[in-house]
Write a protein that binds this ligand. Structure first.
Ligand code: HEM
Length: 480
């Protein structure tokens, strides 16, 4: 049966706009808007989105759905094979640097690899891969990362003990301190202004080309980042980036200093790293909520950490819990591509510049997508089932997939393991204790209380912190 892309009728287009695209845009593609994520949870908007896409998929036999948005064509794919085709075809003929993303990300990372033209991507992608140790479960800076994670967990333990609870805001503030330290070093740890500037630029980015570039703010932010990158001590991602740049330059001396520019410019890539850690915090918090609601999961996470000891070990089960978090509740709401040449698709040709959209939350649970559905199944990431499943793309897939996946999973799994030791109870835990899990979970709304299991566990967290765990000043930058 032909699966040539079909044009949606006006009625179908309206359904897609209302239940698929509008909630994504409203929640904020670049930085989440708390009011809107709360609303999305109340409406379980990912469930509505899936219902519309399932209906259209059944009606059109899985053919890609062509939506007209003014003068623009956006194709929504509904079959896992088509997800693979689009993502494997990056950066050409399907570039990740589509119009909307370029306009959004130029606010704070105009030269990031994700929005780079093909020629620049060819040298920026290897720099990112090397600096972030893409493909290595343990980053070379793993010991320093674990030390900072333990420090963060101890801060959160202390905050929880003082107030008897842990809310998303407190978690986000501590997580940003962790992010700034791991990425830029101790010097940046308490630089709340850096995060505030980034947040303001991200908020402008939410409007894509509808918002003019905040040039002065961007210049101030980028200068701050550049200063930190130059000074960053060993054991930070910025220092790993500098080393990667030197190594790449040595391998290809002709590529350096072309037109007086450093062709392996780390500082231009770091804004993406900072921005993207936000998603790691969200994923960790949601995973923690499930861990707190399910004693058997918590016990397994804790047992693994105890066996692994304090060093930079891989924690496969905790890692799998984080992966389940981003499968069930993907932090990249939609993965966008744009064709760089005419696309021939089952007998129909779509012009250059056509947009392609993969709505991750749909595929991760859809009837046509992953068999894992609404269940919490970390085992699927341990036994190979998830790896073989082309419908699962929380970190995207193909040549332009997330270069930070491994360092994120390493960091988040260690933080999750240590926070599991706090013995927290999650509010509204009854929704997370059993399958099926809710389609949409507002991370801003998550809050925890110290449960009866806390005393033994608090000791464990603080011992692991090397005695440095004090709750830092409340940096109010965060998920806003
Ligand atoms: C839970 C956390 C994260 C998730 C779920 C995630 C997911 C993704 C996704 C889906 C993409 C593709 C975006 C697109 O095609 O539009 C991407 C790209 C990227 N991510 Fe992540 N990311 C996370 C955290 C990070 C972190 C912390 C870093 C760096 C430290 C990072 C580095 C990158 C880079 C460099 C790219 C661009 C790759 C390219 O264009 O070749 N990510 N990420």
């Amino acid at each position: 049966m032909s699966r040539a892309p079909v044009d949606l009728t006006p009625r179908e287009s309206l359904d897609v706009l209302r239940d698929v695209l509008a909630p994504l845009v409203a929640q904020g593609a670049i930085v989440r808007r708390p009011l809107m994520t709360g609303r999305a949870e109340r409406r379980q908007s990912d469930g509505r989105c899936a219902a519309v896409l399932d209906r259209l998929r059944d009606r059109h036999g899985g053919a890609p759905l062509v939506l007209r948005l003014g003068g623009r064509r956006v194709v929504l794919v509904t079959e896992p094979d088509d997800v693979a085709r689009v993502l494997d075809g990056s950066p050409e003929p399907f570039t990740p640097a589509n119009r909307e993303k370029r306009a959004a990300l130029r606010q704070f990372q105009p030269d990031g690899v994700l929005v780079s033209p093909a020629a620049e991507r060819r040298r920026r992608r290897p720099l990112n891969e090397r600096a972030l140790a893409n493909g290595s479960a343990v980053h070379p800076a793993g010991d320093a990362v674990v030390e900072q994670v333990a420090r963060t967990a101890a801060e959160l333990a202390q905050a929880a003990r003082t107030t008897g609870e842990l809310d998303a805001r407190t978690f986000a503030d501590a997580h940003w301190r962790l992010v700034r330290t791991v990425t830029l070093g101790e010097q940046a740890r308490d630089d709340e202004l850096l995060t505030k500037r980034l947040d303001a630029l991200r908020a402008a980015g939410n409007w894509s080309y509808l918002h003019p570039v905040r040039r002065r703010l961007r210049a101030a932010f980028l200068e701050q980042v550049r200063g930190y990158v130059e000074q960053a001590e060993a054991g930070t991602l910025a220092a790993a980036g500098r080393e990667a740049a030197e190594a790449l330059a040595a391998e290809d001396p002709d590529a350096s200093n072309l037109h007086g520019e450093d062709r392996h410019d780390v500082a231009s890539q770091v804004p993406h790293w900072l921005f993207a850690w936000d998603a790691a915090g969200i994923a960790t918090l949601r995973a923690l909520a499930v861990v707190a609601a399910r004693p058997e999961v918590r016990e397994r996470v804790l047992a693994e950490l105890t066996t692994a000891g304090r060093g930079a070990a891989v924690l496969p089960y905790a890692r799998a819990c984080v992966l389940e978090s981003v499968r069930l509740w993907p932090t990249t709401l939609v993965v966008l591509r744009e064709s760089t040449e005419p696309t021939r698709w089952d007998g129909r040709t779509l012009p250059t510049g056509t947009g392609f959209a993969v709505v991750s939350s749909y595929f991760h649970r859809a009837r046509s997508g992953s068999a894992l559905g609404d269940r919490f199944v970390p085992e699927a990431w341990l036994d190979g089932r998830a790896d073989d499943d082309r419908a699962l793309v929380p970190f995207s897939a193909g040549p332009a997939a997330c270069a930070g996946r491994d360092v994120v999973l390493f960091t988040a799994s260690h933080l999750l393991g240590r926070l599991a030791g706090l013995g927290l109870d999650v509010d509204r835990g009854e929704h997370l204790a059993h399958d099926p899990l809710p389609r949409t979970v507002d991370h801003f709304g998550l809050s925890f209380r110290l449960g009866g299991r806390a005393d033994r566990s608090l000791g464990t967290v603080e011992e692991a912190s090397d005695g440095r765990g004090t709750a830092g000043p409340g940096a109010r930058g965060g998920w806003t």
